[in-house]
Write a protein that binds this ligand. Structure first.
Ligand SMILES: Nc1ncnc2c1ncn2[C@@H]1O[C@H](COP(=O)(O)OP(=O)(O)OP(=O)(O)O)[C@@H](O)[C@H]1O
Length: 320
């Protein structure tokens, strides 16, 4: 293996044909030939409905579950063969660490640090304060864990993964169960850690919670990775749609057809269309020029939510 030679251009994580079947032959295929590529410096949003195989994939990546087939290359090494060398450089939040409710945030981190064989006890205090500082909890370090808000609790869990220097952080559903404020805090923290140079793999079943911070996306559906790439690519950045509010729907549709637009449909108070690369101002000019009474014109970017529904056939927001 070549951890030392782990070159800067290589992905931090790449799986190939990664597969997990539970229950032997004929059993359920939870993860089916997944080729994940997480580039260095990315915030990789690993998305998919509950049960689509995200956690099982993450557990295989971390050497916690043995794949039925396929390979995992992590930080220049292989999993599971090289876990002793590569895993110390990976911080993971898969199941939340068990925090003690009556101990302070700092004391909780001290307990976790004390059981880490790789951690030098002489430098514990500095390490713990640095981790608290990175998640913006230094000011609340002496408060008891039970007095922490949901967002603070999750930030403390992330601080626990930062007690050692990390090249990759793997956060499984870090916003799950948080209130909007807590979700915002965790999202901001993800963005900040990324700016500090950490690559992150962040899973979620709720797109809207992480969409804004992801540079890359991978979408799982029933065990398969159905889309992957730079966020803009996966989202289909050119997919703009528009809604025209007008009493002259039929005439508007003719004008739009004249512009070569093929995805036009009637709505209760006008028409909707996909812009297909035509500039919105050109559409408005053509409509107005043809005497169509345009009372409203709204351009919409297809959101990740829309795209996701296309990719997975919906069901994304289904509650557990
Ligand atoms: N140890 C196991 N034994 C049998 N089946 C399992 C096991 N672990 C997971 N599965 C099944 O594998 C499928 C994928 O589960 P997984 O937890 O990886 O999905 P997920 O996308 O992470 O969903 P969630 O967000 O609910 O964790 C599910 O159908 C699940 O029931």
């Amino acid at each position: 293996m070549s951890v030392a030679g782990d070159d800067a251009g290589a992905p931090v994580l790449a799986t190939s044909g990664l597969t997990k079947r539970f229950g032997g032959k004929g059993g359920q295929t939870a993860v089916d030939a997944v080729d994940l590529t997480v580039p260095r410096g990315a915030v990789y949003g690993f998305l998919g409905p509950n049960g689509s195989g995200k956690t099982t994939t993450i557990r295989m990546v971390l050497g916690l579950v043995r794949p039925t087939a396929g390979d995992v290359r992590l930080l220049g090494g292989r999993v599971p063969d090289d876990v002793a060398t590569v895993l110390p450089r990976v911080g993971a939040l898969v199941e939340g660490p068990g925090f003690h409710p009556y101990l302070s945030g700092r004391a909780n981190l001290a307990r976790l640090d004390a059981v880490d064989r790789l951690a030098d006890p002489r430098t514990a205090a500095r390490r713990i304060d640095e981790a608290l500082d990175r998640v913006d909890l230094l000011g609340s370090a002496r408060k008891r864990f039970r007095a922490y808000s949901l967002g603070m609790r999750q930030r403390l869990a992330i601080a626990a993964t930062l007690l050692q220097p990390r090249d990759l952080l793997v956060l499984d559903e870090p916003t799950n169960g948080l209130d909007p404020q807590g979700t915002r805090e965790v999202r901001t923290l993800i963005g900040r850690l990324n700016q500090e140079g950490v690559t992150l793999l962040v899973s979620s079943h709720l797109l809207s919670e992480i969409e804004q911070v992801c540079t890359h996306l991978g979408v799982m559906r029933a065990g398969r990775l159905v889309a992957q790439g730079a966020s803009a690519e996966v989202l289909g950045s050119t997919r703009l749609s528009a809604e025209v509010t007008t009493p002259d729907g039929a005439r508007a549709a003719d004008v739009l057809a004249g512009l070569g637009l093929t995805e036009v449909s009637f709505a209760p108070d006008g028409v909707t269309l996909t812009l297909e690369g035509v500039a919105p101002e050109a559409v408005v000019a053509a409509l107005v020029g043809a005497g169509v009474a345009v009372r409203g014109f709204v351009v919409r970017h297809a959101t990740l939510e829309d795209r996701f529904i296309e990719l997975t056939g919906g069901g994304f927001d289904a509650d557990e």
